[in-house]
Ligand binder design. Structure first.
Ligand code: FES
Length: 653
């Protein structure tokens, strides 16, 4: 029998096949990436290709549309419904009758790249964890004693080569109704060629998954289409556990002090997660049962609580995790009402204080794939710090406390409308000007009409850094009371000095106590980074990435003035936004990424700051602005730091 050459682009896969062979069959035989849900029945429209006509000299092929069998009824039907792009062919219907070069458009490849939103977010290569398979199942009759499940398995094996699939009870419970409703044609969602997670009557062409960043303050989730990677809806909610404990450690104490406390925290987390999934489904206009996979990234305490694991061991040294490996947990075990066989995938934890959120951050920023040494910091109440390159990766956490979230700061508040987020101080007059969340104008510009309610983390960092640049704060962090004679903004109150940003109610001021709280927080973060740098054997990182909802709002210049981070060229410091959330989305869409991060986490060297003999010394040195001993040559290129002087040894009046 005559055979013909076919070349698929962009993969470049080529081969010769007997006349009449469908392009889908040829693609499968060659391993060319061509999608299909209906298994070649001409109904899903996922297998579209475009003939590349012309003389392809390099390939030795004269390609033309006439080298395929004519458009058939199935194709004409899909074209009439607008589901087949005119000029394209269905790979499952078009047969070879000559040599052809065909292109598989990106949206018809299974493993295409999804361009992520966000400045630095790397594109995600699709590698679906859950795939859809439409099958026609044989109907039962009196002479055939095989069960519905057995006939389904046989159809999946014959049509898709899927053998030995697990069919859990909640999915099995819906099998018979789905088969009969669909006239024995059903679509089966299969996870990693191993588990059946859902069965629907008829043809189902898309399913969704949700990537969740389970933070101690907020929970953020994105609902994505698993075949296109597109984000269909996003939602966020406050973590309801806050009413049981403001920060993580107080929640661990709550679990220790109250009988049933851990269960209550677990219930709160699962309840919020369930509500978010329902909200996302509604926003995207899909049934919650279409959600077939969830990925979760969270710090170790959240990780344990959502799983129903007692977090008590995480409250004290040696901070033993119950489990650090990646986990696949049936969603129904967490009380989530989504597809009956859906799984929740939890990314691995790195150490007792460095959680799955840090692993997700590593997955998103991929320092392990690069030569430059990256310092990656998630600035939260507990900073998670990762340093390294292709060569080696180190991680630690550092107890920064809640100062950067506005807690324990006199006028501090969470980032919300009304909070001062940017601040500048005129060094000559010591007069401040500021910008408030929710208002585009600065406070000294026309059109400024914000209701000021407080100052949030990024505002606090800028306030302290600007106070230092203006000479109000000395190198050691003490307020220069002598300036009270020059400006009414500097005032003696309660035996120490205060800088007044705004006099009207609510008064916004930075007290000496506030400055100390910020110094303690930034010194903890800086000392953690320095320990990792010392272990790695470098004096400075090649670049710094600030992650997290808060990290994304920190101005790099002010972070350097404060000494929050080690000196680094300003242009090499970037804010990467919610890297943990992006990492959870990568893990949702790419099965190989799960293996990658599990392997990377295994070789991350964990550094426990609490037992490092040098930590205290580094911490004390890092209390100064920007640092007691380290020079900041890169910073000095942008600003003139005040001369290093400490508070005179005298008693306050
Ligand atoms: S594989 Fe479904 S239309 Fe071709």
């Amino acid at each position: 029998m005559t055979d013909h050459a076919v070349v698929f682009t962009p993969s470049g896969r080529r081969g010769r096949f007997a006349a009449g062979t469908s392009l889908l069959a040829a693609a499968r035989a060659l391993g060319a990436d061509l999608d299909s849900v209906c298994g070649g029945r001409g109904i899903c429209g996922r297998c579209q290709v475009a003939v590349q006509p012309g003389e392809h000299l390099k390939l030795g092929i004269a390609s033309t549309a006439e080298h395929l069998t004519p458009l058939n009824a199935a194709e004409a039907r899909l074209e009439a419904r607008g589901r087949l792009v005119p000029g394209r062919r269905l790979g499952c219907q078009a047969g070879l009758c000559g040599d052809v070069v065909v292109d598989v458009p990106p949206e018809h490849q299974v493993h295409r790249q999804v361009v992520a939103k966000g400045v630095d977010a790397r594109p995600i290569a699709l590698d679906p964890v859950v795939t859809l398979h439409h099958v026609q199942v044989g109907e039962p009759d009196m002479h055939d004693p095989r069960s519905d499940a057995q006939r389904l398995r046989e159809a999946l094996a014959a049509e898709w080569g899927l053998e030995g699939l697990r069919l859990p009870l909640p999915v099995l419970a819906g099998l018979q109704a789905a088969l009969r409703k669909g006239g024995f044609a059903v679509t089966v969602a299969v996870r990693q060629r191993r588990d059946i997670v859902a069965i629907w009557p008829g043809l189902v062409e898309s399913v969704q998954g949700v990537a969740v960043d389970l933070g101690s303050t907020t929970i953020a989730a994105h609902l994505c289409d698993l075949s296109s990677g597109a984000v269909l809806a996003s939602a966020g909610a406050m973590n309801p556990q806050i009413r049981l404990g403001e920060d993580l450690m107080s929640r661990v104490s709550y679990a220790m002090m109250n009988a049933g406390g851990a269960a209550e925290l677990t219930q709160a987390a699962r309840g919020a997660l369930g509500a978010l999934l329902a909200e996302l489904a509604e926003k995207a206009g899909i049934a919650p049962e279409r959600i077939v996979e969830v990925t979760l990234a969270g710090n170790p305490v959240m990780h344990h609580l959502v799983l129903g694991l007692d977090p008590v061991e995480l409250g004290a040294a040696p901070f033993a995790l119950a489990e650090d490996a990646p986990l696949d947990v049936p969603a129904r075990e967490l009380g989530l009402a989504i597809a009956p066989g859906a799984f929740v995938h939890l990314l691995p934890c790195i150490a007792g204080h460095v959680g799955a959120d840090a692993a997700a951050m590593v997955l998103a920023e991929a320092p392990h794939r690069d030569d430059p040494v990256t310092l990656l910091v998630d600035v939260g109440t507990n900073a998670e710090i990762v340093l390294g390159s292709r060569q080696r990766l180190l991680a630690c956490s550092s107890p920064t406390g809640p100062a950067f979230e506005g807690a324990q700061i006199t006028a501090g508040q969470r980032a919300a409308p009304g909070a001062i987020e940017r601040l500048r101080i005129d060094p000559a007059t010591l007069e401040p000007r500021f910008k408030v969340i929710g208002c585009d104008a600065w406070s000294d510009e026309p059109g400024f009409d914000a209701q000021v309610t407080g100052i949030c983390g990024s505002g606090i960092i800028e306030a302290v850094a600007q106070m230092h640049l203006a000479g109000i704060l000395r190198h050691d962090g003490s307020l220069d009371g002598g300036l009270a004679e020059r400006s009414p903004r500097v005032r003696e109150e309660y035996r120490s000095f205060t800088y007044i940003i705004r006099e009207d109610a609510p008064r916004i001021a930075i007290t000496q106590h506030d400055v100390r709280a910020v110094q303690l927080a930034k010194a903890a973060l800086h000392a953690g980074a320095k320990l990792l740098m010392r272990r790695f054997g470098i004096a400075a990182p090649d670049r710094i990435k600030l992650a997290g909802a808060f990290g994304g709002h920190i101005d790099p210049l002010h972070a350097l003035v404060l000494g929050l981070i080690p000196d680094c060229p300003l242009e090499a410091i970037s804010a990467v936004g919610n890297a943990a959330g992006h990492g959870a989305r990568i893990a949702l869409l790419n099965a190989a990424a799960r293996t990658e991060i599990a392997e990377v986490v295994r070789r991350i060297e964990k550094v426990e700051t609490a037992i490092e003999p040098d930590f205290q010394q580094e911490f004390v040195a890092a209390m100064a602005l920007p640092h007691a001993t380290d020079a900041y040559p890169n910073l000095a290129r942008h600003v003139t730091l005040p001369p290093r002087r400490s508070a005179p040894r005298r008693r306050l009046r």
